[in-house]
Design a protein around this ligand. Structure first.
Ligand SMILES: Cc1cc2nc3c(=O)[nH]c(=O)nc-3n(C[C@H](O)[C@H](O)[C@H](O)COP(=O)(O)OP(=O)(O)OC[C@H]3O[C@@H](n4cnc5c(N)ncnc54)[C@H](O)[C@@H]3O)c2cc1C
Length: 560
């Protein structure tokens, strides 16, 4: 960690790339920025941005000093001071979400000011400045996350499933927060008392020091943090993408970059299943691998940079008997659109064990990221499933766990598992492959503490004191909400393009003389991409490919 000697930087930085986090712009760069906005005077003490402001302006310092602070009640924590040639902002600049900090002039003088839309136009049109600004915004957000500098405090317990869910939602949405653990923090009761909350009502999310939300849903957290506030819900969109996994994110990036008015709906956090992958090693262009979360947050920013709106909400119904199509959201809102891309992916299959849900997030996990790896470091763990995701999880966890027991129902690893993974599993001495073995029971209090597994060949059941199970047994398509609007195959995946037989099309009432385009469903102008599509290859790259290819057919439909 680099602790900055310069007292003007308030936070200890985790990155040594200070010149990339706080770059100094050259006079030529500053004059190019000035062409997008206007120069104005600021007074001593003037608050340029208040914590909680939406779609905040962007400032380049000409000759003032701007301090960035995190207000917390009457106290302020210094984040940094910007002086000549520096600029304000972090990733909220692109999304238009509420500001996490306050910006105040501590020396009067002049600044260049750009509105939110002017700022987006700048990063879209000036490649050199776009690069400098985007990199600084992302690195600044990383620093805010690692320092826990945000506008919310989560009070919870490491043993609570809901605490784990909320942490996961915040982490995967890239929102910084402070965390107070009930078991370890003696001062927590005073904080809870001040919001008239009892310990039994935790987890509690304290939102901008004002509101205490008891065990909030993802939607309530998104509403409280104003994730969706800057998004116009009344306009008719060119394209609504439902699901922001790799397929949906690719569609949002390509669609928005090609001038379409795109809104992407996501019920959880951008990245989908891929977002829960600890390391994706087979995605083109990342020879040392990339974590699913990093890939997702980059793609999500890229989509927003091109002007796509990212809306955190669940699509609960598609009104498909009239045009424009209407997507109804779980909270009752309705969004109209000329075309739709369904990229809702698939859902993890659970083990058929009565008590399993009690331990979800408290010993039972469906993804193996650094967060989970920390929780079980030095302990024995179980990975269930012999496919690619099981293999990856086993190899990843073996780096920190004492032993990884890989349980598979069949006689060996799945034929579909990549060769490189099979070799790694074979060469890792801390991974024990247990074929023909299934978990038959789990036990524990607040946390899982023992597992019974049975070998179907010997019929023997054994009890093991293992506190962590990673369930990697595949997924079912998220298509239940479509309610008959599009033709599905026998497993519930969406049929598209040439997979739709003449009988399918006549049963669906296909109204056009042309056949459905590649990736088009039985409903004209409604496309499907990625894992939710019947016959798709369940990979990040193929999802990304399908999401981007779908855009060329969206253009055709919009011209019909
Ligand atoms: C642990 C793990 C590791 C993996 N590792 C790799 C790998 O290394 N390489 C590789 O190529 N593939 C990997 N995969 C597979 C890959 O992640 C998937 O094929 C890919 O994520 C599919 O992308 P998708 O966008 O089609 O769907 P998903 O990733 O499933 O995304 C769908 C999104 O839609 C959202 N959604 C669902 N319903 C709704 C609704 N009603 N309203 C709004 N939003 C909704 C979901 O919340 C989700 O975010 C891995 C998968 C897992 C689980």
């Amino acid at each position: 960690m680099t602790t900055m000697s310069d007292a003007r930087r308030g936070l200890p930085l985790t990155s040594s790339r200070i010149e990339k986090i706080f770059p100094k712009l050259t006079p030529a760069q500053i004059s190019r920025i000035a062409a997008h906005g206007h120069v104005r005077s600021v007074l001593f003490g003037e608050v340029l941005i208040e914590q909680g402001d939406k779609a905040v302006p962007f400032f380049v310092v000409i000759n003032v000093e701007i301090e960035i602070v995190r207000p917390c009640g009457a106290r302020e924590t210094l984040v940094t001071v910007h002086d000549s040639g520096e600029f304000t902002g972090e990733v909220n600049m692109l999304s238009g979400r509420r500001s996490l900090v306050r910006a105040r002039a501590i020396k009067p003088g002049k600044v260049i000011e750009l509105g939110h839309q002017q700022m987006l136009a700048l990063v879209q049109t000036d490649a050199e400045l776009g690069d400098i600004l985007m990199r600084a915004f992302i690195l600044r957000r990383v620093e805010l996350i690692s320092a826990g500098v945000g506008d919310i405090i989560l009070v919870g317990s490491a043993y609570s499933t809901s605490t784990h869910r909320i942490k996961d939602f915040l982490m995967r949405n890239g929102h910084p927060y402070s965390y107070i653990d009930l078991e370890h923090d003696s001062d927590v009761q005073n904080l809870l008392d001040s919001f008239k909350v009892s310990a039994s009502e935790t987890p509690v999310l304290i939102c901008r020091g004002q509101l205490a939300l008891r065990n909030p849903s993802n939607q309530e957290i998104a509403d409280c943090l104003g994730f969706n506030e800057s998004i116009d819900q009344t306009q008719i969109r060119d394209l609504v993408v439902i699901g922001a996994g790799p397929s949906g994110l690719a569609a949002a990036v390509y669609g928005a970059s090609e001038g379409l008015d795109v809104l992407a709906l996501e019920t959880g956090s951008p990245g989908g299943q891929a977002g829960s992958s600890s390391r994706i090693e087979n995605y083109l262009g990342f020879p040392t691998g990339i974590s699913g979360q990093e890939l997702a947050s980059r793609a999500s920013l890229q989509a927003q940079k091109f002007g796509a709106d990212m809306f955190i909400a669940k699509a609960s119904r598609l009104t498909c008997d009239r045009k424009p199509y209407i997507i109804e959201l779980e909270n009752g809102a309705r969004i109209s659109t000329r075309t739709v891309l369904i990229a809702t992916g698939a859902q993890y299959r659970k083990l058929p064990l009565e008590d399993l849900f009690r331990f979800e997030g408290a010993g039972v996990y469906y993804g193996a990221t650094f967060m989970e790896a920390q929780l079980c470091s030095g302990e024995e763990v179980i990975v269930v499933g012999g496919g690619n995701s099981g293999g990856q999880a086993a190899v990843f966890l073996a780096q920190t766990a004492k032993r990884v027991h890989m349980l598979v129902r069949s006689t060996g690893l799945a034929a579909s598992m990549s060769r490189y993974l099979i070799r790694r599993i074979e060469n890792t001495s801390t991974i024990t492959l247990r074929p023909q073995t299934e978990i038959v029971a789990v036990e524990g209090g607040n946390h899982l503490n023992s597992v019974y597994w049975r070998n179907s060949q010997t019929g023997q059941t054994e009890k093991h004191e293992i506190r962590h199970i990673f369930v990697m047994t595949g997924a079912d398509p998220n298509t239940g909400w479509l309610d008959g609007c599009v033709m599905l195959d026998s497993k519930g995946f969406i049929k598209t393009g040439s997979d739709l037989s003449p009988e399918n099309l006549s049963a669906a009432g296909w109204p056009l003389t042309r056949q459905p385009y590649l990736l088009e469903t039985s409903l004209p102008g409604v496309f499907a991409a990625g894992d939710v599509r019947g016959g798709s290859i369940k990979r990040v790259a193929s999802g990304v490919g399908e999401g981007s290819v779908a855009i060329s057919f969206v253009h055709k439909v919009l011209q019909e």
